[in-house]
Ligand binder design. Sequence first.
Ligand SMILES: Nc1ncnc2c1ncn2[C@@H]1O[C@H](COP(=O)(O)OP(=O)(O)OP(=O)(O)O)[C@@H](O)[C@H]1O
Ligand SMILES: [Mg+2]
Length: 216
Amino acid sequence: MTLELHKVTKKYGELTVLRDIDLIVRSGELVAVVGPSGSGKTTLLQIMGTLDQPTAGTVRVAGQDITGMPDRRLAVVRAYHIGFVFQQFFLNPTLSAMDNVATGLLYTGTPRQQRRERAAEALASVGMSHRMKHRPGQLSGGECQRVAIARAVVGRPDVVLADEPTGNLDSRSGAAVAGLLRRLNETGTTVVVITHDDRLAASMPRTVRIQDGVIQ
Ligand SMILES: Nc1ncnc2c1ncn2[C@@H]1O[C@H](COP(=O)(O)OP(=O)(O)OP(=O)(O)O)[C@@H](O)[C@H]1O
Ligand SMILES: [Mg+2]
């Protein structure tokens, strides 16, 4: 599945955060997005992932123009095509790892029993079968991020968008998370990762560098 941004501009009032961005991420790519703090990386990822809309320009997800699409239709596009991973994990602290992952399937209308089976599979794929009943507060940071990755992939998305997924982790957990993303890409998922880690970026086949809202 291809993600296409054409002449995307994002403004907050007078502030132009992204300027005339043209970017195509093709099916099966593994892309690092790098750039200084405040350069517009997160804004770019949120627009690519339909969580935010551009002020001008067009965004196509799997050939479909999503600009101006109503929220409930965007939620469906996301549920079937896009998984997200964030630096701060954003897990629900009151739910077990299993239930956090199973909620990733709510919008797909998958029956409850099947949601649980798929969640268990996804947790197994990130090496977390032994912690399915733990809540986020009972898990390490690296374990939380593995649960968040399981939640991102449980719907078998075509694309995973990760915003500094290793930013809050020690180097060993970070390497494990980077390895999971790489493996995910090897099995056919398109992966876009924002990172401040130069080594991680250098190890990826493609790097997109952004500065002051412009791709270099
Ligand atoms: N909702 C908003 N309202 C106003 N300004 C915003 C908003 N969101 C982001 N910005 C501004 O847009 C710019 C780009 O923000 P963005 O979060 O995309 O940067 P970033 O490259 O992800 O930075 P970091 O590496 O620190 O995460 C920043 O200057 C930020 O202050
Ligand atoms: Mg950011």
